[in-house]
Design a protein around this ligand. Structure first.
Ligand SMILES: [Zn+2]
Length: 337
């Protein structure tokens, strides 16, 4: 397990385990979108500054609620609601705009201010910038202290400020692989020390598709090492994927999957079996499509005819089920043919 990188375990989905984290007030009521302000600018924002010039595209839209953070302390000092975003050149910025707070006598002063934040960028009159205009609401003290609380159940009060009114749970869910990474032991009764857990954990062979080696297998190892102090399996057997006729992953939404049931009814189960196993090698992807199944149906028919021909010409067969004449295909059910 090398090269493990940071993993964003938070997802905005309606399924999954909800993240067991609560916020005391502002942290949650604020927003995950953050804009930093230099500590010297924070008092200006509180005093009525409603514009900020940025080189960087923050990706905000009008109406977005943004947590305003003091860049030096990391503290959220309020919420800004973006009212407009303009894209202009440095040369087009109105130097003495009172809405911006600090005004500049000369454009060189404005450029010098940009350079303080982006020392490695060359900035001139033609450089494009964003002008964000916003409505600012300072964080009220009564809105909670911003404490982040990780707990198994809903906390009754904030452990830091003891307030009870502002505790909100994070609405996000855990990444699917965070939950499924618990699979090896959560399916065996963990956290109880069950007999199944004792008997089957760790196991010997884990079998899965190669495409989820890191998503699933690595996560199971991480989770098991953390909770069980052991690697949950000795060997991983990776199978290939069944792809569509173009070698693309079968997709439910694109309707490129092959449903085996109607294929079996049309071509027989042996044809399906053969098309799934012939010409494949361990771990390799392979394609499945109707013409391929049809060609195996033809092949199975040949085998059938060959065996009927041999049996009808063998007068002295040892005793066995073949002594009675083989039934015609029509005597079998469709899926047995
Ligand atoms: Zn608190």
């Amino acid at each position: 397990m090398n090269n493990i990188k940071d993993w964003c375990i938070s997802r905005q989905l309606w399924w999954g385990h909800q993240i067991p984290v609560w916020y005391c007030g502002q942290q949650y009521e604020a927003s995950k979108k953050i804009m930093g302000f230099h500590k010297d600018v924070v008092p200006q924002v509180c005093a009525g500054k409603i514009k900020t010039y940025r080189l960087r595209d923050h990706g905000f839209k009008p109406g977005d609620k943004i947590s305003f953070e003091s860049s030096q302390t990391g503290k959220i000092f309020g919420i800004g609601t973006i009212t407009s975003i303009k894209r202009v050149t440095v040369g087009a910025i109105q130097l003495d705009d009172p809405a911006h707070g600090t005004t500049y006598k000369k454009r060189s002063g404005l450029i010098a201010a940009f350079k303080r934040h982006h020392p490695d960028q060359s900035i001139n009159d033609d450089t494009k910038v964003f002008i964000y205009t916003y409505i600012f609401n300072p964080s009220a003290k009564t809105e909670g202290c911003g404490e982040i609380i990780a707990a198994v159940g809903q906390p009754k009060k904030c452990p830091k400020c003891k307030q009870t009114n502002h505790i909100r749970r994070d609405p996000d869910t855990l990444d699917t692989w965070f939950s499924s990474g618990l699979w090896t032991f959560s399916t065996l009764g963990w956290p109880e020390k069950t007999q199944d857990l004792k008997t089957y954990h760790p196991t010997t062979v884990m079998e899965t598709g190669w495409d989820i080696l890191f998503f699933w297998v690595a996560r199971m190892i991480m989770m098991s090492q953390y909770f069980m102090k052991e690697v949950p399996f000795k060997y991983i057997y990776l199978h290939g994927l069944v792809l569509d006729r173009h070698g693309k992953k079968m997709s439910k939404s694109k309707g490129t999957g092959v449903d085996p049931i109607p294929m079996m009814e049309k071509y027989g189960t042996d044809a399906i079996r053969l098309s799934l196993i012939l010409g494949t090698s361990p771990g390799q992807d392979f394609r499945l499509y109707e013409e391929k199944i049809a060609s195996f149906r033809n092949f199975v028919n040949k085998l059938w005819n060959v065996s009927r021909f041999i049996m009808s010409n063998c007068k002295k067969m040892p005793n066995g089920p073949w002594n009675s004449p083989p039934p015609f295909p029509n005597d079998y059910s469709l899926s047995d043919r």
